[in-house]
Design a binder for this molecule. Sequence first.
Ligand SMILES: [Zn+2]
Length: 506
Amino acid sequence: MTPSPQSKRILFAAVCLALIVVGSPAQKKTTYPEDKLRQEELAAHLRFIASDKLLGRMTGTPGCDEAARYIAAEFKKSGLSTFQSAEGYFQRVPMVRRTPPGNGTVVLRGDSLNQPDKMILRSGGPLKWSGRFEYVEYGMVDGEKGIDDYKGIDVRGKVVLARFGEQGETNLRRSLVTIAEVKRRAAQARGAVALVELYQGQRDWKSIASYLIRPGFETGPVSGMFSHFLVEDTSMSFLLKIQTKPSGEIALQTDGFRLEEIPARNVIGFFRGSDPRLRDEYVLLTAHYDHIGVGKPEGASLDSIYNGARDNGMGTVALIAAAKSFSKASPKRSVIIAAVTGEEVGLIGSKYLAAESPVPMGKIVFDLNIDGAGYDDTTIVTVVGLDRTNSEPAIKAGTERYGLTVMAEPDALKGLFNASDNLSFANEGVPAPTFSEGFHAFGPEITKYYHRAADQADENFNFSYLLKFCKAFVHSARMIGDLPVAPFWKPGDPFEQAGKKLYQKN
Ligand SMILES: [Zn+2]
C-alpha cells in the first residue's frame, strides 16, 4: 500500500517528533570515557593491588615495588606521557629509615639512666663520652623575644643540659619536634658535644617513650645527627638538684641511630590539556599506593597480611581509571597523575613530590588527592576539605552524575585534612582536598577495616561502589580541569596566604 501525501506528511512530522524526543537527551548529556569504565576491570586491578602476593605494600618492600610496576604498566597502556626529570614513570624518592638503638646510658649525678626506661636517644650516631655539662635553662635563643639562655655560658666541648620544651609551651608535639630542633641547632652552633633534655612534659614517660622509640622515615638530607638525649624527669628531681649546681660531670653512651636507605618510588606521568589557553596549568591527581605491610595475626584465620583494599587500593585504582579515561579525552587543563609512596610512614612520597615537582609548583593549580580509611555509606563520597575551596560545584557535578551525593567530612574529623598527602601540596599553597570513600563517622564500620587485616578485596568489599567511586573521582577531576578559572582557597582559610604567595595573587 502506497501512503497518501497527507499520511506522508503525518509520517514526516512523527519522525521529526521522534528525533526530537530521542535527540534531545543525547544533546543534553554528553558522554565521557569515564561513563564506560567497567566494574570487572577495576575489580581486577583492586584484587591485584590488594592481593596477598604484595604482602601489604609496606614502603621499601618488594611487594610495594611490585605495585609500583603494575601501576606504571597501566599508565603505559593508557599512553600517559613521562616527565624528563623522571625515569620512565618512576620518580625515585630518596628515603632513609632511622632505627633507634636498643640500649644506651646517661650517667648523671651518679644515677645510670638506661634506654628506654629512663632515657631515650632522640638523634645522633654512636657516642661514648664523659666530661662536663652546663645547665642552660631551656637552651633557647630568640633574638626577637630577647631570649638567650646561653648568655655568659661557654658550652664548647661540653654537654648542654636543658629542661624540656620552652617557657610557657603547652603543645607537646611542638616541644618534641619544632622546639627540639631549634635547641639542637643552638647547642651544635655553640660547639657542644650533645644536648641532654630533662623531660617534664604533660604526658607520662611510658607513652612518650613508646612513641619515640619507633623507627622513623625521612626524605631529603638526613637531619638530626647531632646527639640529643631525653631523660625522664617528670618528678623534677634532677631539675631541682641541677638548678642549685648548674654544672658537673656527665657520661654518655649509645650505639646511635641506625640509618638505612630504603628504595622508594612515586609513579608519575601526565596528559597535555586539550585547550591551548589552559594547558599550561596543571591539575594534580594523587593517591598513595603504599600500605602498612604485615602485622599482628587477626581474626579466625589469623590473617597477618594488611592488604589495604580501601586504604588506599581504591585510590590507586581510581588513578588507573583516570589515566584510562583521560587517554581518550583529556580535560582542558593538563593533568599530572601521581601514585605516591610512603604515606603511611609520614607522607614521604608526596613531600618529595612537592619539593621536586616535575613542573613549577605555581603551575599546579589544584591537587585532588584520594585516600580513605573505609566507607559506612555507599550512596555518598566524603571530600575532606570540600568546603575550603571553591571547587565544590565541580566536585558536586562530578559525583552526582553517577548517583552519589558529596559531603564534607564530619565536624569532629576536621583534623583529617592535615593527615594525608594533600597536606604536602596545601603547605605549598595548592588548593588540595581529599576525595574519600563515603563516611559519616569514624565508627565501627570503619574501624572494622581501618589498618586491619580485614581490609581486603573479598566478599565484604563493595565492588559496585568501587566503580561509582572511580567514575565520580575521574569526572570530578575532569570538571575541575575544564573550569574557566582555577579554584582557590576560600577567604580566611589557613592556607590562603600560602596560595596567594604561590600564585602571586593580591
Ligand atoms: Zn591511606
